[in-house]
Design a protein around this ligand. Structure first.
Ligand code: GRF
Length: 214
């Protein structure tokens, strides 16, 4: 049984707009968990600034300063444990999560992907490239997916996903804007389901439990 309120770490490499949507949901009172750490692999990540503004502790761990993946994983795990983290949200974290971490946080780590998985996911499918691939394929729909993190890229049970239309003259940027708006809504909503302990796994399907009348 994981302790509530959840102690969340957000891992981010970039501007951190999804991280911001989580902070905003917490501050509005829509999401009851403690954001205890923002962990990044880049000193210049905008997410770190957002963390400072909101009084969230930060840590930068550069993979290149470690000789092996095992040492890198150990440093990450130490940082997570030092902050009492019991749940992780990846929000534009650009590195593969070491095996040691996926094992330690099995079922307690989620990611947001800017497409409808399993389409347009996997190695090398990130950022603008995803939306370019969607347009090039001629897909009429894309969207956003929150999923549990497993060892492979973009696999793992789907928690929430929402479709977004791709219009005839859309550029990748047009699609990105439309998808991001949905991301900012469904990521806090998905975290809320975990915060309220309303997610059960039935095989590979994440099932949302309804509220119980009591
Ligand atoms: C988002 O599009 C998310 O789906 C992907 O990386 C991007 C991060 O954007 N995983 P931001 O840093 O949260 O603004």
């Amino acid at each position: 049984m994981v302790e509530r309120p959840l102690k969340l770490a957000v891992l981010a490499s970039g501007r951190g707009s999804n991280f911001q949507s989580i902070l905003d949901a917490v501050n509005r009172g829509d999401l009851h968990l403690d954001v205890v750490l923002c962990l990044s692999d880049r000193e210049e990540a905008g997410a770190l600034e957002r963390a400072h503004r909101h009084g969230v502790q930060t840590k930068v761990i550069l993979q290149q300063s470690f000789d092996s993946e095992a040492d890198y994983a150990a440093a990450m795990l130490r940082a997570l444990e030092e902050h009492g983290v019991n749940f992780i949200a990846l929000a534009g974290f650009m590195r593969k999560i070491p095996k040691g971490i996926t094992a330690a946080y099995n079922g307690r780590m989620v990611n947001i992907h800017p497409a409808l998985l399993p389409a347009f996911g996997g190695r090398g499918m990130y950022g603008r490239r995803v939306h370019e691939a969607v347009i090039e394929y001629g897909a009429h729909w894309t969207g956003a997916t929150v999923h549990v993190v497993e060892e492979d890229y973009d696999t793992g049970p789907i928690v929430l996903q929402e479709p977004v239309p791709v219009l005839p003259n859309d550029t990748a940027d047009d699609v990105a804007v439309r998808v991001l708006e949905v991301e900012h809504r469904i990521y806090p909503a998905a975290l809320r389901l975990f915060a309220e302990d309303r997610i059960r796994f039935v095989g590979r399907r994440a099932v949302i439990e309804e509220y119980q009348d009591s």
